[in-house]
Design a protein around this ligand. Structure first.
Ligand code: PMP
Length: 453
């Protein structure tokens, strides 16, 4: 490999890295990645890594180095790179059509660039529906403790992860928090935990006034908030409550979408019929920037038949929502997931990951709970199993660093929920083999022994 030390120096001098302590670069160099193939990455010093988190933030669902996606994007860019979203493009039309075949009940796709943006589109749609159909009264949006929906000011107003929102207020009004549903950290001592946690949403609705609530946004399985799988009965009750009070149900599939949990979308495990579904990361596996806000014909029609008052369309635009690279990459990404049977592989490898983590829990008392769905798994670390006191955050990060020293990249909830940054995360690409999964969990095994004894 060429000497890339000038590149590392350039990065250190000029790149402002996301979510990274500035001070650390006084003593270490930033890691600069150079190449990826399948599940593996190489950095500018020539070191090889097994990637257990699909590009750091559960994004590269089909793995690195996919020439067929690169070719699809290249061919499309030569033909037509862009036209603003008021018109159509060939890949935009074909991807929307294909996507909808996997989402019974849904019908319209609105393109933008990031998960945050896709979510904020929904918040704007909900406010416009309120203005147009409910005299401006049904304008509030519920969100859940421990969920995350993005980095803009409005999406941070719906952050159930307080550390992410610190210092960025004041936030816009009308975003109301409901309790989380993590059964391991029970807030109610009841048998039917799922229904009870959903009833807590109804209590907030009644407190605020049902006719003031336009929508609720929820992750199907909470990601950065600690890999929270919903308890039995939760989603059925949430759906009932939404129908009862005429509240639109917005499912944030930015992480779960496009196969991560072993179905095309996370909500499809739970028989939910959403009004909005947003997606981003896995849509093109990081080969292009694309996000989608998907909705029903019913919602679309709510924008249609208004009088000529300027409200008979969604008054919104996203310049780069008109890039053709996104849907071209996304079409090929979906073909790969289908043709390579990656949903079935995700189910099988997800089961193996959970089994391996449960075996580690027999050996390491520091593992308090193992959770997951498909290739989206977590192990919550505790100082004491009886009290469930969270493990020391620095030690949790030391486990991640130990794995990295072994050439294995894993994740952990980090700087999101005060006191609860204690869940190790595994979200490898959907192409993972049994060997890859075992390498990941063996690395965690060694790291837990070294860090916790
Ligand atoms: N929703 C969820 C559930 C996410 O995990 C994220 C990103 N971590 C977002 C939304 C925001 O996506 P983006 O960073 O693309 O804006």
């Amino acid at each position: 490999m060429n000497d890339l030390s000038p590149v590392i120096a350039a990065d250190k001098a000029h790149v402002w890295h996301h979510l990274s302590q500035h001070k650390q670069y006084e003593t270490i160099d930033p890691r600069v990645f150079v190449e990826g193939k399948g599940m593996r990455l190489w950095d500018a010093t020539g070191r090889e890594f097994l990637d257990g988190v699909s590009g750091g933030v559960w994004t590269v669902n089909v793995g690195y180095g996919r020439e067929s996606i690169a070719n699809a994007v290249r061919d499309q860019l030569i033909k037509l790179n862009y036209y603003a979203g008021a018109a159509g493009t060939v890949p935009g039309a074909l991807f929307a059509e294909k996507l909808i075949t996997k989402m019974p009940g849904m019908s319209r796709v609105y393109y933008s660039n990031s998960g945050s943006e896709a979510n904020e589109k929904v918040y704007k749609m909900v406010r416009q529906i309120s203005a147009r159909h409910y005299g401006g009264k049904k304008w509030k949006i519920l969100y859940r403790d421990r969920d995350y929906h993005g980095t803009t000011i409005a999406t941070l107003a719906t952050s159930g992860q307080d550390q992410r929102a610190l210092a960025y207020g004041p936030f816009p009004e009308g975003f109301i928090r409901v309790p989380h549903c993590l059964e391991y950290r029970k807030q109610w001592d009841v048998e039917n935990y799922g229904e009870r946690a959903a009833d807590a949403i109804e209590e907030v609705i009644l407190r605020e006034g049902p006719d003031t609530i336009g929508a609720i946004v929820l992750e199907p399985v909470t990601a950065g908030g600690g890999v929270i799988t919903p308890p039995t009965g939760y989603w059925q009750r949430v759906q009932e409550i939404c129908r009862k009070y005429d509240i639109l149900l917005h499912i944030d599939e930015v992480v779960c979408g496009l196969g991560r949990t072993g179905t095309w979308f996370g909500y499809q495990h739970y028989g939910i019929e959403p009004d909005f579904v947003t997606m981003a990361k896995g849509v093109a596996s990081g080969y292009a920037a694309i996000s989608c806000t998907v909705t029903t014909e019913r919602v679309f029609d709510m924008f249609k038949d208004a009088p000529e008052d300027g409200m008979s369309f969604f008054r919104d635009i996203s310049t780069f929502g008109g890039c053709t690279s996104g849907p071209a990459a996304a079409l090929e990404n979906m073909r790969i997931i289908e043709d390579e049977g990656l949903l079935a592989n995700t189910v099988a490898m997800g089961e193996r990951t959970l089994a391996n983590l449960n075996a580690l829990a027999e050996k390491h008392k520091v593992i308090g709970d193992v959770r997951g769905k498909g290739l989206f798994c977590g192990a919550e670390l505790v100082a004491d199993r009886a009290t469930k006191e969270p493990a020391d955050e620095k030690k949790v990060q030391a486990v991640v660093a130990d794995c990295l020293a072994q050439g294995v990249i894993i994740g952990a909830t980090n700087r999101s929920i005060p006191g609860f940054n204690n869940t190790l995360c595994l979200s490898p690409a959907l192409i993972s083999t049994a060997d890859d999964i075992d390498t990941l969990t063996n690395a965690i095994d060694g790291a837990l022994t070294r860090v916790f004894g």
